[in-house]
Design a binder for this molecule. Structure first.
Ligand code: ADP
Ligand code: ADP
Length: 223
């Protein structure tokens, strides 16, 4: 259960963007996915959320295969893409409704889930504002809210704090920590501090290869 990746490779062109990587994220774990730009983090995450097909290898999300059971995988997983395509002209509440409907929610459960996400993500005062009128930090809260609207067991967050100012970073980290308590979370970053602030285990990827899978404490000791 959780996320299980076995011998995953993704080739776009002549070079492999993801090169035979294997790792697992256990149920309830929060794990950091650390690496420089171009390392293969987004590619791995897009495969685990069914936005891209793997070239080879196996990816299971809560036991469901991304190739064989994409419908089930989408039900299990919430995804915050690196460049979250928010609709700037939509109102916060309207947008969350819209995403909820895409997940098949309707009627009172749609209303309830939307309201719950607004409260959980601290968006009560923003819910009638246009997304385009929000700060980056609040847009990221909307991004987290839309990722969780269908109550997924697994969250995949691609660089959730990149581009935010220091105060916003602290707030979004705290929110991830809070909402991540009952979920399996994989989040990517290129900052080690981010990993130590949020989780116990780190996966390090470089040039498509997994170069470390270790407890954060061990990594600190290595200097
Ligand atoms: P990261 O998220 O770690 O920054 P990516 O997964 O976005 O890394 O990219 C990994 C590699 O794959 C990079 O070399 C990138 O240029 C390449 N890449 C990513 N997306 C595409 C694409 N759609 N077509 C071709 N190459 C791509
Ligand atoms: P429904 O799913 O019931 O059709 P809508 O998609 O029309 O609902 O709107 C969802 C919510 O988005 C509304 O209840 C409202 O809170 C917000 N909203 C939509 N349009 C506006 C608007 N023009 N001004 C303020 N809020 C709006």
């Amino acid at each position: 259960m959780g996320i299980e990746i076995k011998d995953l490779t993704k080739v776009y062109g002549p070079q492999a963007a993801v090169d035979h990587i294997s790792f697992t994220v256990g149920t309830g774990e929060i794990v950091g996915f650390l690496g420089p730009n171009g390392a293969g983090k987004s590619t791995t995450m897009k495969i685990a959320t069914c936005y891209l097909p793997p070239t080879s290898g196996t990816v299971l999300v809560n036991g469901f295969n991304v190739v064989e059971d994409p419908k089930q995988v989408r039900r299990q997983v919430g995804y915050l893409p690196e460049h979250n395509p928010l609709y700037l002209d939509m109102y916060v509440r309207e947008y969350l409704h819209f995403v909820g409907k895409l997940h098949g929610l309707g009627g009172s459960s749609l209303q309830t889930r939307t309201e719950e996400m607004i409260q959980l993500c601290g968006l009560d005062r923003e819910k009638h504002k246009k997304i385009g009128a929000l700060s980056k930090g609040y847009r990221q809260r909307v991004g987290l809210a839309q990722a969780m609207i269908h109550d997924p067991a697994v969250l995949i967050l691609d660089e959730p704090t990149t581009g935010l100012d220091p105060n916003q970073i602290v707030e979004i980290r705290a929110l991830i920590k809070e909402v991540g308590q009952a979920k399996t979370v994989l989040f990517s970053t290129h900052i080690m501090q981010e990993v130590s602030a949020l989780c116990d285990r780190v996966l390090i990827i470089n040039q498509g290869k997994l170069v470390a899978d270790s407890p954060v404490a061990e990594l600190k000791n290595m200097g």
